[in-house]
Design a binder for this molecule. Structure first.
Ligand code: G3P
Ligand code: CA
Length: 217
């Protein structure tokens, strides 16, 4: 019999609330997620903040690159810090922290070390940043994200010394899944919103499903 995959709320619960906001995180918690996924950038003055895009234009009333804005400017646009999200989920869920930029691994590991009671998964498409996380915290749970099906199915995750592969749902071919499992690599899949697709991911016995609508999982 299949296990119950972890329920991961994407950008909080982006199907129900503005993505990557504290409201979205709180909504995900109210829907009973196991894990809240957020995206991380760095402000001009060196604070870890929660935003998907490199620019704030799409999701806020501001404009410009996150890296060019101060924390005060970002907070005025309702952009939370990672520390605020950690405080919000404490005792309620785990976190999946996606590093969208380089050179924040040490700061992120130091921040999460302050609250060991909050379980953390570190994820990135920038696989060398996951190696950096692994150096800093040998026991870290890391997720190498991938959109596509490589020739060598497990090499990318092994190269990243990742605990898990985070595979785009459209790339979740059964043979790929089998190869990852045979290599001892756990599987997250993103972003799975349609009930039919959720059923397919479940049937493939993945470890975790990431959805904008975690209530559907
Ligand atoms: O973490 C999986 C997924 O969130 C990666 O894609 O673009 O939604 O950050 P994206
Ligand atoms: Ca993400």
């Amino acid at each position: 019999m299949s296990r119950q995959p972890l329920k991961v709320g994407h950008r909080g619960a982006a199907g129900h609330a503005p993505e990557n906001t504290l409201l979205s995180v709180e909504t995900a918690l109210s829907l009973g997620v196991d894990v809240v996924e957020i995206d991380i950038h760095l402000s001009r003055d060196g604070h870890l903040v929660v935003m998907h895009d490199a620019r704030v234009d799409r999701t806020t009333e501001g404009c410009g690159y996150v890296r060019d804005l101060s924390l005060a400017e970002l907070q005025a646009l309702n952009v939370p810090t990672v520390a605020q999200v950690v405080d919000t989920v404490m005792g309620k869920s785990a976190l999946m922290l996606e590093l969208k930029v380089r050179n924040i691994a040490r700061q992120l590991v130091e921040l999460t070390a302050l609250t060991p009671e909050v379980p953390v998964f570190y994820a990135s498409f920038l696989h060398s940043e996951l190696l950096r996380i692994r150096e800093l915290d040998p026991a870290a749970r890391t997720i190498a994200l991938l959109d596509g099906v490589p020739v060598s199915p497990a090499a990318f995750a092994a190269d990243a010394q990742a605990s898990y592969a985070g595979i785009a749902f459209d790339s979740l071919e059964p043979a790929f899944v089998s190869s990852l499992k045979a290599a001892g690599i756990g599987i997250f899949t993103y972003t799975v919103d349609e009930p039919r697709d959720i059923a397919i991911a479940r049937a493939l016995d993945v470890d975790a499903i990431i959805s904008n609508f975690p209530d559907r999982l």
